[in-house]
Ligand binder design. Structure first.
Ligand code: ITT
Length: 199
C-alpha cells in the first residue's frame, strides 16, 4: 500500500519506512513537490498530528498520515512535550534541544528522578476518514549524552529495561520497542482490517 507520510523529519521517515516494510511504500511531501510545512497550533499531539495530516490531504487528496511526537520529562513537568522539536528555538537543533533539557534538569529542584517517556500520536487519513493511534516508550534521562544512532533526543534517553541510550542500540532494536513502532503497528492492523488484506 502506498501512503504519504506528512513529515519533514528524515529520522521519522526512515524509521517508519523500516517499521512498515514490506507491505507499505512511503512517499514524503517533497516526493509530491509539496513543502508539507504547516504551523502546529494545536494544544495536544493529537491536534497537531491532525493538523499535519489534514494539510497534506487538503493539498493532495492522497491517503496519508502524520506523526506528532515528543519527549516528556517528569521533573520538567512534562516539558518539552509538544514543543520538543523547537524547545531551544526555531532551528530544530537537536544538540541545543538536548543541552536545554540537561540545563533545566540541573536547575530543577523537584526530586522526581529522571523518569521520562517518548510519546507518538499518528493521525491517518484513509479515503477521507480520520483515524488516530498512539504509542509510549517509558524510560529515563541520562545527563551524559551517548551514541550516534537515531535522531533527536535519543542520545539522552535510556528505555526501561536497558542500560544504553536509544542512540547506542541498533536501529532495528529501537524500531522494535519505540513509541513510533507501537503507534504504527496499530495503524497497520487497522488498515489490514479496513482493506481485508494482511499488510
Ligand atoms: P514533522 O512535524 O515534520 O513531522 P518535527 O521534527 O517537527 O517533524 P514534531 O513536531 O512531532 O516533528 O516534533 C517531534 C520532536 O520530538 C522531534 O523533532 C524530536 O526532537 C523529538 N522526537 C520524536 N520522536 C523521537 C525519537 O524517536 N527519538 C528522539 N527524539 C524524538
Amino acid at each position: 500500500m502506498e501512503l504519504v507520510f506528512a513529515t519533514g523529519n528524515k529520522g521519522k521517515l526512515r524509521e517508519a519506512a523500516e517499521i512498515l516494510a514490506p507491505g507499505f511504500t512511503l512517499l514524503s511531501p517533497s516526493d509530491l513537490g509539496l513543502s508539507g510545512d504547516v504551523e502546529e497550533t494545536g494544544a495536544t499531539m493529537k491536534e497537531n498530528a491532525a493538523i499535519k495530516a489534514r494539510h497534506l490531504w487538503n493539498q493532495a487528496h492522497r491517503n496519508c498520515f502524520a506523526d506528532d511526537s515528543g519527549l516528556e520529562v517528569d521533573a520538567l513537568d512534562g516539558a518539552p512535550g509538544i514543543y520538543s522539536a523547537r524547545y531551544a528555538g526555531e532551528g530544530k537543533d537537536f544538540r541545543k534541544n538536548i543541552l536545554k533539557v540537561l540545563e533545566n534538569l540541573e536547575k530543577a529542584s523537584d526530586k522526581k528522578g529522571m523518569r521520562a517517556r517518548f510519546r507518538c500520536v499518528i493521525a491517518l487519513i484513509y479515503e477521507g476518514r480520520e483515524y488516530f493511534f498512539d504509542g509510549t516508550l517509558e524510560g529515563k534521562i541520562t545527563m551524559v549524552p551517548a551514541g550516534s544512532g537515531g535522531f533527536g533526543y535519543d542520545p539522552i534517553f535510556i528505555p526501561e529495561g536497558y542500560d544504553r541510550t536509544l542512540a547506542e542500540i541498533s536501529e532495528d532494536e529501537k524500531n522494535s520497542i519505540s513509541h513510533r513502532y507501537k503507534a504504527l503497528l496499530q495503524m497497520r492492523r487497522e488498515l489490514s482490517r479496513i482493506t481485508g488484506t494482511e499488510l
